[in-house]
Design a binder for this molecule. Structure first.
Ligand code: ADP
Ligand code: ZN
Length: 214
């Protein structure tokens, strides 16, 4: 089964993707994570996209489609979760063609619905474990008092450079201008499954499981 997690920044795509990986052995393909990796390892492409990402703008379709194409060649197994991709109509068309070429289907597009005020509050409170990527939130899921990640015991936590109010405004605008048209696109294709992203992590996971047919 191949699915897309679609939703604005802070909707909880990464958190739910991690659960699907743990529980169903699916493969998470997050273009945001791939781009951050390229930056950390200092590749030419990584340097090129750094400023764009920090401002909260979208990197070019060509770059992200290339990243996804590479991963699809390399991985096989429990089904793909596309997280943060596609983000434009051109990316959506490219993904359709890529999947077809690999003899794969797109089974569902989970649209995670969360109000804007909640998104902003979530993102400015967000940090992640430097070792395993577990996501924490100052309000709703604080880093444990002993300073150790509940998942891996790691003791270093990071805040993303683009998790600040200015970049966030740009990211939200990019979402509404460039990505939200995909809701209509996938609705028309009959793939869209809206899910309420406002509940507790496990409640949202339950809704996603129901949308995927258990
Ligand atoms: P968010 O939490 O805002 O959804 P991501 O971790 O998915 O963020 O992505 C971080 C940044 O990486 C984006 O703001 C954008 O600059 C870039 N990016 C990630 N995926 C894409 C994509 N599919 N197309 C264009 N840019 C992307
Ligand atoms: Zn950890």
């Amino acid at each position: 089964m191949n699915i897309i997690l679609l939703g604005p920044p802070g909707a909880g795509k990464g958190t739910q993707a991690r659960k699907l990986v743990d529980e169903r052995g699916m493969i998470q393909l997050s273009t945001g994570d791939m781009l951050r990796e390229a930056r950390t390892s200092g590749t030419e492409m990584g340097l090129k996209v750094a400023g764009i990402m920090d401002r909260g703008e979208l990197v070019t379709d060509e770059i992200v489609i290339g990243l996804i194409e590479e991963k699809l060649e390399g991985e096989k197994g429990g089904g793909f979760i596309f997280d943060g991709f596609p983000r434009t109509l051109a990316q959506a068309d490219a993904l359709g063609a890529l999947l077809e070429r690999h003899g794969e289907n797109l089974d569902a597009v989970i649209e995670m619905r969360v109000e804007d005020e909640v998104l902003v509050a979530r993102i400015v409170a967000r940090s992640t474990c430097g070792m395993c990527g577990e996501v924490y939130n100052d309000e709703t899921k604080p880093i444990p008092a002993d300073g150790k990640c509940t998942n891996c015991g790691g003791t270093e936590f990071n805040r993303r450079a683009d998790d600040n109010e200015d970049s966030l405004k740009t990211r939200l605008l990019a979402y509404y201008k460039q990505t939200s048209p995909l809701i209509g696109y996938y609705y028309a294709k009959g793939n869209l499954k809206p899910v309420n992203g406002l509940g507790e992590i496990d409640e949202v996971a339950g809704e996603i499981a129901a949308a995927l047919g258990g």
